[in-house]
Design a protein around this ligand. Structure first.
Ligand SMILES: C[S@@+](CC[C@H](N)C(=O)[O-])C[C@H]1O[C@@H](n2cnc3c(N)ncnc32)[C@H](O)[C@@H]1O
Length: 297
């Protein structure tokens, strides 16, 4: 199984080194394969990290990779949705970090059903304990809802023919595999853009819907401002324009109320990073520094 290359790693470390409050504790909502976690341990001596991931594979591999840190109480790995943070009553942190989206092992493992490049069950659940799968969305959502999903989330301008074909075909043969869905999209859309598979945006939209990735992001950021100590930062990496817009607007509405936006201009990967890791190309980092006292003054 392949690993995951952490995105915008130097930028994340630098933004945390520059915050007013020294980073002794950090909440990480999206542990993945612990790429950022490893660098945090290297760069911040004595740091204590609480990391969430709702994917049990991520937590299991983390338990092996960081067994020492867990044993010495420096890392607490929690399998849950980071949006449930407050329920765990874990106290406050000096910083918080979210690296949204999916990890490379999730995409690369055919059985998880995220990839149109390999055949697997049409699944796409990060948390395999949840009921909703991609197959259920494709086989049971009505035509209008599917069009809306692919247009609004997938940013496919005209998904009508694909959705019509899909609704027609599923009557006789429900969609069960990623290849079945990808071949229908290939058949209807054809290959018109170089280096861009026609199923890319359809699959991305489906994944976002299955995992409810755009829900409650804004209230979550507000919760984080209550959980992060004054002078500490909240860092968020996104990979999708709608997601980035939500973060940008949420930080704007919190600006001057509970702290301030650190980087007015969004931070993106360097050309070298994109060359080395093409999956980083759509990454965007936004940083907010919490300060309740100064903001109210
Ligand atoms: C982009 S990866 C993180 C990669 C990580 N920074 C690294 O360097 O290895 C995103 C991870 O967050 C997890 N995830 C996404 N949304 C989540 C949520 N709402 N709650 C908990 N984990 C989530 C996914 O399962 C995935 O493992």
């Amino acid at each position: 199984m392949s690993g995951h290359i952490p995105v915008l790693l130097n930028e994340v470390i630098q933004a945390l080194k520059e915050q007013t409050l020294p980073v002794r504790s950090l909440f990480e909502g999206t542990f993945g394969r612990g790429g950022h976690t490893e660098a945090l341990f290297k760069n911040f001596e004595g740091i204590r990290i609480v990391a969430f991931d709702r994917d049990s594979d991520a937590i299991e591999s983390g338990k092996k990779k960081f067994s020492k840190e867990i044993e010495f109480g420096r890392l607490n790995l929690v399998r849950d949705d980071y949006r449930n943070l407050l329920r765990h009553e874990l106290g406050n942190f000096d910083a918080a970090f979210l690296d949204l989206g999916i990890s490379s092992p999730q995409i690369d493992e055919a059985q998880r059903g995220f990839s149109f490049m390999q055949d697997g069950p049409l699944d796409m659940r990060m948390d395999r304990g949840q009921d909703l799968t991609a197959a259920e969305v494709i086989n049971s959502y009505d035509e209008k809802d599917l069009i809306e999903i692919f247009q609004n989330i997938g940013e496919v301008r005209k998904p009508f023919r694909v959705v019509r074909a899909l609704v027609h075909d599923r009557k006789t043969k429900p969609f069960q595999t990623t290849r079945q869905l990808a071949s229908l999209i290939e058949r209807v859309e054809g290959f018109t853009r170089r280096h861009h598979h026609p199923a890319t945006n359809y699959f991305m939209a489906l994944r976002i819907v299955v995992n409810r990735e755009l829900e409650n992001l804004e209230p979550m950021l507000e919760n984080l401002t209550q959980t992060v100590n004054d002078g500490g930062r909240i860092l968020v990496i996104t990979f999708h324009s709608i997601e980035d817009r939500i973060i940008k607007n949420a930080f704007k509405s919190l600006h001057h109320k509970v702290g301030h936006i650190v980087n007015k201009k969004v931070i993106t990967p360097s050309r070298e990073e994109i060359k080395m890791n093409p999956r980083s190309r759509s990454a965007k980092l936004r940083v907010f520094e919490v300060n309740h006292k100064r903001s109210h003054a």
